[in-house]
Design a protein. Structure first.
Ligand code: ZN
Ligand code: ZN
Length: 148
């Protein structure tokens, strides 16, 4: 597991290659996401941000989350209205997320065969999918172990 600091360093490198500016507040919000195992809502992020930035406002958080999402640094989990930091910054991908229905755990995975099967099939339907992540819901390993 990479530390939040290592992930932030990767993000900074990624931003250099993409010509993006990662302001201090953008870095702070990214770090908040890197430090949490589970995806967070904008409200959760604001609550954590307020511990160090008492004057932070919801609008600012939304604006920054929007920027981070547009630039693929984070993924928005549509069904839960939460955000997860991207784990595969260095290569282009369509995000696929495993989401635990019990504990909220999320993990970004890459099933290349799934992506190519989806793309091939979508062509037959003349359907152009948006960039929203593919969400796979279920029960994580940890929760399965404690289920019975
Ligand atoms: Zn990703
Ligand atoms: Zn779980």
């Amino acid at each position: 597991m990479k530390t939040a600091e290592q992930r932030l360093n990767e993000a900074l490198q990624y931003c250099v290659t993409q010509g993006l500016k990662l302001t201090t507040l953008r870095q702070t919000i990214l770090t908040i996401l890197y430090e949490q195992a589970n995806p967070l809502s904008a409200y959760d992020i604001l609550r954590i941000l307020k511990l160090t930035h008492p004057k932070a406002e919801a609008m600012t958080v939304y604006r920054i989350l929007n920027f981070l999402e547009q630039n693929h640094l984070i993924h928005r989990i549509t069904s839960c209205n939460t955000y997860a930091a991207c784990d595969m910054l260095m290569h282009e991908h369509h995000a696929q997320l495993l989401l635990c229905e019990r504990c909220g755990y999320a993990e970004e995975i890459e099933i290349k065969q799934l992506e190519s099967a989806v793309q091939t099939t979508l062509k037959q339907y003349h359907f152009k999918a948006s960039a929203k992540p593919t969400e796979i819901f279920g029960i994580c390993e940890g929760c399965q172990a404690t289920a019975n």
